[in-house]
Design a protein around this ligand. Sequence first.
Ligand code: URQ
Ligand code: ZN
Ligand code: ZN
Length: 482
Amino acid sequence: MALLIQGGTVVNDDLSFVADVLCDNGVITAVGENLPAGDNVEIVDAHGCLIMPGGIDPHTHMELPFMGTVASDDFYSGTRAGLAGGTTTIIDFVIPNPQQDILEAYQLWREKSEKSVADYSFHVAITWWDESVREAMAVLAQDHGVNSFKHFMAYKNAIMADDEVLINSFKRAQELGAICTVHAENGELVFQLQQDVLNMGITGPEGHPLSRPPEVEGEAANRAIEIAHLMNVPIYLVHTSCQQAADAIARARANGQRVYGEVLPGHLLLDDSVYRHPDWSFAAAHVMSPPFRPQGHQEHLWKALQAGNLHTTATDHCCFCDPQKRNGIDDFTKIPNGTGGVEDRMHVMWHHGVNQGRLTENEFVAVTSTNAAKIFNLYPRKGVIRTGSDADLVIWDPEATRTISKETHHQNVDFNIFEGMQVQGINKVTISQGEVVFRDGEITAERGRGRYLKRPLFSADHSALKKYSAQRVPKPIKRDPS
Ligand code: URQ
Ligand code: ZN
Ligand code: ZN
């Protein structure tokens, strides 16, 4: 059934304009004023509302096996919660164990994700290196539409990539036309500081931020950026949480390097006082890496976002319920790291971004959808209201309100880091693949309707680098052998 969205204002990252939107067979077929309603068309009333591109969350971990347990939101419940909050596409992660066959891991994640109710794609983590990994990256890039490879610089003795892995993988990504992403924390420093903090007798969640101060992220951010610079590959820093890392990105960009930054609403709004809360479960529920930072970093991150040195908002949605968090009841280093947010990201960013005058409505669209689509080469299929683009949209009511709570959220987790937050400006309707999947609080998306999205190599950014590399090859100096 075709849909005609009538009476709204279309908001793209570059422009807002009054228009109707016609959707048919999963794509947008017309955008314009007073579009005629043909036969067999469902009318969706958008009067007084904004019509915006469906949200893209470029950083989630549905049903991730991690730190001895498995994240509690799976690809069904997690993407379902995302639709309720206006997110119509996620980019999740294939994270092979060290020495695990990369292609085997990719297949496992493809099977797990078939239950999704929204469209999805994968970054693939490079957690070890040998010639088979080098070959697997080509297969994934050329045959399976993987154009982004992730590197965890933290998590020593688990999935941490050392400099040798980083350099080999970055070089390979450059050859293939892919982008590199990093979790930038110095895992060796974290490991040492964790021992130091435990030796002080600190075993509670308050030890978590003490073992990974902002300098630990700043060092890794600078190192990753320099390696990317010398390997001539674009780089994207996930969950940039502190001034040191944000400034590293800004410096590199000021030097013309192709570096992008992601920020989580949690790092924009919460601080490290949560770890000193008297209730152990409350404090442990906030254990994620990098940790929420001391007061001051949040405002710096907002300014970096407004300045265009941070480009996307994501959630790093990786939920663990209290019984799971209690694996670390006697030792904070054993508390599974991760928090949720896939359902709240857009509401929180609108309320604290647009309502507070930090972001225009167009910048909101950029940082919740369009920029991620462009960086990861899903644009203009995703991330814009345009004829021919996928019919993934939200009908946004700037006057409607919601109080965020674990009691009412659809996320499969017993905690919400934004508990009690009252927000104004929410999606009344979510449309995915041209189908109404959320309306009046009801989710009607069918299990398994989500599609795997292939992402082409050589996004505009990378093709520019390719040309630059070709010109930059130094020549050997011819010398008289005598
Ligand atoms: O590091 C990540 O992004 C994953 C393992 C989720 N956990 C977290 O604390 N950020
Ligand atoms: Zn991470
Ligand atoms: Zn993550």
